[in-house]
Design a protein around this ligand. Sequence first.
Ligand code: ASP
Length: 282
Amino acid sequence: MTPKLIIHGGFFSESSQSVEVKIAKQNALSEIAKASYQYLQTHSALETVVFATELLENDPLFNAGTGSQIQSDGKIRMSASLMDGITKKFSGVINIENVKNPIRVAEKLMPFDDTVLGGEGALMFARIHGFEYYDPIIPQRVVEYEAKKKAKALGTVGCVAIDANGNLAAATSTGGKGFEIPGRISDSATTAGNFCNEFCGVSCTGVGEDILRVALATKIVTRVTDGMKIKEAFQKSFDELKPFEGFAGCIAIDKDGNIFHQDSFPSMVFASFNGNEIVVFN
Ligand code: ASP
């Protein structure tokens, strides 16, 4: 199997971000896709999706890790999850504060029996396992917060990869919607927003409430598992968002290495590497 991967940097909003930001995001995605593809040559899909997501979390252009959106009470709470297509283990942290890389905390949780932790418990676990205090706030988010600009779901990140052994993995990380009520749960650390088995891996972005209403990632993967082609599985699942104008976008790879993406409003930024060429979209 030729290793392949696809990454995303969430949605880009024409109304609240400049063309320069869009180009910067495209360039960043291209660099991260290349570095991650290099890494995938000697690492598993699971290790690679964590590696790629960590790079995306570290880039302040994206709404995950450093540069996360600020919630209505002025705090940043982040969510991230990871799923291994072989073991079907899902691990995640929900609403964790003051760590640099939530995806690394999710990775640390994977061998445990309790694989999804929220809030203070997640933070306690992180500190016990050596994750140091980190403030992910950046000046740009403070400006946005102060202007009370209710930007829709911008810049969540994710990665799906298939390695040389044909194993799939998916990871997703977010700073949330921005201005949410403290305690609100994002889709990104649930199986609605991030799901993977041996047939298909999916990472979503968009409005978490919409993604949860149709269990988007799980639906797509289940449909592919039951024999539907990836394109049809996306189509049918995205059709389910239409009655309530659901706002979502997903990236995916199936067991045969087919890479696919779709969004309900074409403004998602992502890049894929198929072994020969890098393709940057939007
Ligand atoms: N899905 C994320 C959430 O609702 C936001 C995003 O993807 O931008 O928390």
